[in-house]
Write a new protein. Structure first.
Lengths: 213, 95
């Protein structure tokens, strides 16, 4: 498709608009949505994931999850630090876009993930897609965020108000993603295919799709 | 059996591997990049074993991590046949 890495952290699309991006700057969700406008599309879906200030303690928190606290208690996050393996994250996001385009008749796809210091309640990720009809747009946006959360090398470190900072490396619980279509080249075998979890949901959707949790 | 660690400068039968570390792995090793010397033709599993000999505190995280070469995930039986960079990819938490 003639798409090449022309800068250290962005991949341009054919129209030179930045469609896949890692940025330290705040995410402008309106601008992301505007980028997927297309005269052949009757549907645009925008997903925005935000950093959650308050998290309910889950009964089976393990290493890599929330700090120890009594079930039912809420943990307050002051901010998060996101880091990535930037080159690989861009390659993997691009691969997700290609696969999404092979599955659904998408016209435009935009994926933006923010890195660095992000205050609680701010947007950490935005994904927007456009397609002629709504069902494909909903499905593709959902699939893209699920796959991003499983396969794109980005990590968040939670900074809690009442605990020390902690890297989030989810390893237990149930996975709500619809499938793991991508090959896992693991150094170990999962006990079952969905044995690794999403991090706690830190998302808000601006579309009328329902959040997975 | 040839020991995997190589305190002396490697000869032509040894390869130089840069291991990139992220997130908790970087904290545990107190480094974002390590250099290991491994015998040519060794597997990723053997390299991981050498890494864990040096950084035993990384064991739990290493066992749930994936590994990548040239921005692509690679399996544990990946054979190291050239000088290269390998990234340890702990369970990701973007989004």
């Amino acid at each position: 498709m003639g798409i090449q890495l022309t800068a250290c952290h962005v991949l341009p699309c054919k129209t030179n608009a930045i469609m896949i991006e890692l940025t330290e700057l705040p995410i402008d969700a309106s601008a992301v949505l505007a980028q997927v406008a297309d005269p052949e599309c009757g549907a645009e879906v925008l997903f925005v994931g935000t950093t959650r200030q308050w998290t309910d303690v889950r009964p089976h928190s393990e290493a890599g999850g929330e700090p120890q606290a009594e079930s039912g208690q809420r943990i307050e996050t002051s901010h998060l630090i996101y880091e990535s393996y930037r080159e690989m994250a861009l390659v993997q996001m691009r691969r997700l876009e290609d696969e999404a385009r092979s599955r659904w008749p998408l016209r435009k796809v935009v994926m933006v993930h923010r890195l660095g210091h992000i205050a609680a309640t701010e947007a950490s990720v935005a994904i927007a897609v456009s397609s002629p009809h709504r069902s494909e747009a909903f499905e593709a946006a959902r699939w893209l965020i699920d796959e991003l959360k499983h396969h794109v090398p980005i990590w968040k470190q939670e900074h809690y108000v009442q605990h020390g900072p902690q890297w989030i490396h989810p390893t237990a619980g149930n996975c709500n993603c619809p499938e793991h279509a991508l090959p896992h080249s693991l150094t170990h075998q999962h006990s079952h295919p969905h044995s690794h979890a999403h991090p706690p949901p830190s998302t808000r959707q601006l579309s009328d799709a329902r959040e997975e949790q | 059996m040839t020991p995997l660690s190589s305190p002396s400068p490697p000869d032509s039968d040894w390869l130089r591997v840069e291991v990139r570390l992220f997130a908790a792995a970087a904290d545990l090793a107190a480094a974002r990049q390590l250099r290991l010397h491994v015998p040519a033709g060794c597997s990723l599993s053997e390299l991981i074993a050498q890494l864990l000999d040096r950084f035993p505190t990384m064991k739990n995280l290493a066992h749930v991590s994936r590994w990548a070469v040239d921005e692509q995930f690679v399996p544990a039986d990946f054979i190291i046949d050239r000088d290269l960079a390998i990234a340890m990819i702990p369970p990701v938490s973007g989004g």
